[in-house]
Design a protein. Structure first.
Lengths: 224, 224
DNA sequence: CGGGCCCTGACAACACCCTGACAGCCGCCG
DNA sequence: CGGCGGCTGTCAGGGTGTTGTCAGGGCCCG
């Protein structure tokens, strides 16, 4: 879930933002001062920060600078001041967007979506690790104990389906349908063969698998 | 130099923006219609787009969608409409920022800087090296063991796509689509041919490639 | 006309996929 | 207790598709 840190000293606004964000299924944490905001961000790195410039303890641009010192998290600045110079200062300090109060909640949410699209949109690493093996779904790469493992297309496809459903039991029919397509639901021998290949290439002891498990009569399960 | 594409149908505004941007050492190209903007962006990919929503030939969000179909270039939208719904539509269509007219030039420039900080920061790779070869993406130049290597346009295009995705497996369809465009998805023989040319020109032993690798049945991978 | 450049077709070598067969394991039943 | 059938893991062989490479022809441009 996407985590938003909202920094504002007005309880009203804080509450309104919290309600709206939570209703959109964001995870919201709040801070009322700059110092608190920096602590909260460090303790629990957010995916995006909404920051009111008018804080009681420190200047808004200082907060921006304090965050920028160690993180690239997108920062959306709220301010009551329409002065152009303030906007320029905040943006040049490292903020990503600047919205003046009063603002429409739907516009704010749209701007948040636009920012998140940029930072998360570059897809967070769909990389799964188990034992001495790590699977990078984006790069189509499998590394075991530092060395790259070569997989054939079918092996990869099967592994991908299993890894995308960690801990879940996948019936043979499901796996055959997903990897081989309709018409191969009966080729159970095939599945055994490729599961064996994967075990040989990925398990430390192929004869005693730990991650690629079989449930007799039911199907197979990937356990991270 | 940073390249800005400014799309607006008001000659005045176009001139004002052009003067201010060029004074800040941006490289500016302009377009007065949506169709022209799409052509210009395709011919000469910009680093950032400033787009007026009020164009004579097409709706602004269509232009955004047309760009988003193939590029992640940051888009800053200008509009005379302060209506909140318009902002939401444009941002959700894929725009990154929305500024209402009239606007302060310094604010616009600060917003441009903020957008460029994000996208260029992420872009990196002006030059990539592997083995005895170095590829300068900006200058369109390839040097091998100190000597310049001559590449044909298609060879270069293919190499560029591979180098921009280091370590990642690129499917044949992806490569064909990116290099030859839609309609050539089936011309797999072509891809083999040009991959061979690149290997012959860049690999030390073309028959035993180390950096331009094939994964049978899946695609090709560039390994630095 | 000559020179690049791009595309097509052909072929050998290779990698991959499927099939069939067999042994081990387990639970069931005679 | 022993035989039996179902399920699983493993191995080897033949068929099929893919890849690398070469040669040849069309196109554009100087």
């Amino acid at each position: 879930m996407t985590r938003v840190l909202v920094v504002d000293d007005e309880p009203q606004l804080l509450r309104a933002l919290g309600i709206n964000l939570r209703a959109r299924r964001y995870e919201v944490t709040t801070a009322a001062t700059g110092a608190e905001a920096l602590r909260a961000a460090a303790a629990h790195p957010p995916d995006v920060v909404v920051l009111d410039l008018g804080l009681p303890d420190m200047d808004g641009t200082e907060v921006v600078a304090g965050l920028r010192g160690w993180t690239d998290v997108p920062i959306l600045v709220l301010s009551g001041r329409t002065d152009s110079a303030d906007k320029v200062d905040a943006l040049d300090a490292g903020a990503d967007d600047y919205v003046t109060k009063p603002f429409g909640m739907d516009e704010l949410l749209a701007r948040l979506r636009a920012m998140l699209r940029r930072s998360l949109g570059r897809e967070e690493l769909p990389s799964v690790s188990f034992g001495e093996v790590s699977v990078d779904l984006a790069a189509h790469k499998v590394v075991r104990a530092g060395e790259e493992v070569r997989l054939t297309p079918t092996e990869w496809h099967l592994l991908e389906v299993l890894v995308r459903n960690p801990g879940r039991l996948m019936s043979q029919k499901q796996l055959l349908l997903e990897v081989w397509g309709p018409g191969y639901e009966t080729a159970r021998g095939n599945l055994r063969l490729y599961m064996g290949q994967l075990r040989k290439k990925l398990e430390t002891d192929a004869s005693r698998p730990v991650h690629l498990l079989n449930e007799p009569g039911m199907g197979y399960r990937f356990e991270p």
